[in-house]
Design a protein around this ligand. Structure first.
Ligand SMILES: Cc1cc2nc3c(=O)[nH]c(=O)nc-3n(C[C@H](O)[C@H](O)[C@H](O)COP(=O)(O)OP(=O)(O)OC[C@H]3O[C@@H](n4cnc5c(N)ncnc54)[C@H](O)[C@@H]3O)c2cc1C
Length: 453
């Protein structure tokens, strides 16, 4: 059989790989793509999308609680976990189909198999053993959950992968971790009615976020009934009748139904044939790339979580697009990673863009801080005890807004637009000049008059 030849072989049919493959094909390239699990990748199958659907499910519980103050009488509602899981599965199957059809419609040939690099210009499809010659190879295999140290009973723990398909709702769950995935699952399981314990090694959740946001979130999580256990780790897990017994590093024990590890994600570079062809990896195993996502082997590129730059879907998509335009469209451009807005779908939600107060001060800049913490209007009648928080970090010399941090309902929606303003280098005076939209929470962003420090 003659060896098949393509212009581009994409390994991984997730956010970055699909965008790159489609755009390259639209530029006229002959593209083949291997996906070992399900088209759409982490975001669609076991990340952003199912997570947000579960977050919505939890928020209905809040809405039901809040309704009485607005005059509604509702009889005790019932929640059925398996209905939620089944409906979520239907939706992600639909999205998976769309991903597949869009890639194929653009001319991409999809191969349902694991694939590995067999040479600088060769990819092996493991299902068939076929080797395909490729002018360029794109590594877009993403990342997978870290499992941490091999403590006794660690095989009894789940990760976010399994949390989306648990056969039974965990009435008592212990989550280890303090990153965004850990706090999001803590919030959604709590809202759905679970007893939640969040255990983490550090002293606060969400390392790298603005310290006041972290403190406010911890206060809100505690108020919601989540038990926060800082400065500790898990030392063993044991199966017991009706659940699991967990021992923590201080010797304390607790019994739960599920233990979930959300302690980070590892770039999926193992057993991919990279070392043999000389693709350089960093100390975490991520592929090292230049601004054009090119690896140390000129014919091989990498985008998305495998490169561990900013591990978010829109970033992977943008990197894939830039790669395809640059290599196949004769339109070279690079992704600006400097101002990426992000949301954490915790309860309450967080939206953040730009630098934290700590980072701005560490950079030695004079900074002005504007902030507010307030009870949202809806909470007045609902009686819900919750507070929203907003903070602007402003350059003390140029008046440019360097960071916006929001915690409260719709923070993720608000931060998208704040990012547009910041991309245009908006100053605090620009924010002030903008007439408020009333009554909203967002109006606080343009009515912050008094410097906090
Ligand atoms: C629980 C969770 C929640 C998240 N929430 C958000 C969010 O709210 N917002 C956000 O922006 N980001 C979120 N993310 C992150 C987001 O999912 C990732 O940043 C994004 O999916 C990265 O895209 P990618 O193309 O690099 O990799 P992926 O989407 O992971 O795709 C990689 C694909 O490669 C396949 N693959 C791996 N190895 C091989 C091989 N050798 N051969 C063939 N196929 C292979 C995998 O099966 C996978 O389908 C979340 C992630 C998780 C886990």
């Amino acid at each position: 059989m003659t060896q098949r030849e393509v212009d581009l072989f994409v390994i991984g049919g997730g956010s970055g790989g699909v965008r790159a493959g489609r755009i390259a094909a639209q530029h006229g390239a002959k593209v083949m793509m291997a996906e070992e699990y399900r088209m759409g990748g982490t975001c669609v199958i076991r990340g952003c999308v199912p997570k947000k659907l579960f977050v919505y499910a939890g928020r209905f519980a809040h809405d039901i609680d809040d309704m009485a103050g607005f005059g509604w009488r509702v009889s005790a509602p019932e929640f059925d976990w398996l209905t939620l899981v089944a409906n979520k599965d239907k939706e992600i199957a639909r999205l998976e189909g769309i991903y597949k059809r869009n890639a194929e419609a653009a001319g991409v040939e999809i191969v349902a198999s694991r694939a590995v690099v067999a040479g600088p210009n060769r990819v092996r499809i493991l299902e068939t053993g076929e080797e395909v010659a490729a002018r360029h190879i794109l590594l877009a295999t993403g990342a997978h959950p870290a499992l941490g140290p091999q403590i006794p009973g660690c095989e009894l723990a789940i990760t976010s992968n399994e949390a989306f398909n648990l056969p039974r709702f965990p009435d008592r769950i212990l989550i280890q971790g303090a990153g965004y995935i850990a706090v999001e699952f803590a919030g959604l399981f709590r809202a759905l009615g679970a007893e939640v314990t969040l255990v983490y090694r550090g002293d606060k959740v969400l390392r790298g976020f603005d310290m006041e946001v972290r403190e406010h979130l911890e206060a809100e999580m505690t108020r919601a009934g989540i038990k926060l256990v800082s400065g500790k780790t898990l030392t063993s897990i044991e199966a017991i009748s009706g659940g699991k017994r967990v021992v923590l590093s201080d010797g304390s024990e607790l019994e739960v139904d599920e233990v979930m590890l959300a302690i980070g994600r590892i770039p999926s570079t193992r057993n991919l044939g990279l070392e043999a062809v000389g693709v350089a990896l960093d100390e975490l195993g991520a592929v090292v790339v230049d601004a054009h996502s090119r690896t140390s082997v000129p014919s091989i590129y990498a985008v998305g979580d495998i490169t561990n730059r900013i591990n978010l879907t829109p970033v992977a998509i943008r990197e894939g697009h830039a790669f395809a335009d640059t290599v196949f469209g004769n339109k070279p451009w690079t992704v600006d990673h400097s101002l990426v807005a992000t949301a954490v779908f915790s309860e309450p939600e967080i939206g953040t863009v730009g630098c934290t107060e700590e980072a701005a001060r560490a950079a030695g800049r004079p900074v002005d801080i504007y902030k507010t913490s307030f009870r949202p209007l809806k909470a007045t009648l609902s009686g819900r005890e919750t507070r929203s928080f907003m903070k602007l970090i402003v350059d003390g010399e140029t008046d440019q807004v360097l960071g916006v941090h929001i915690m409260g309902e719709a923070a993720g929606e608000m931060i998208q637009l704040a990012a547009v303003a910041m991309g245009l280098k908006a100053t605090k005076a620009d924010f002030d000049r903008t007439i408020a939209v009333h009554p909203t929470a967002a109006e606080e962003l343009v009515t912050l008059r008094t410097k906090a420090s």
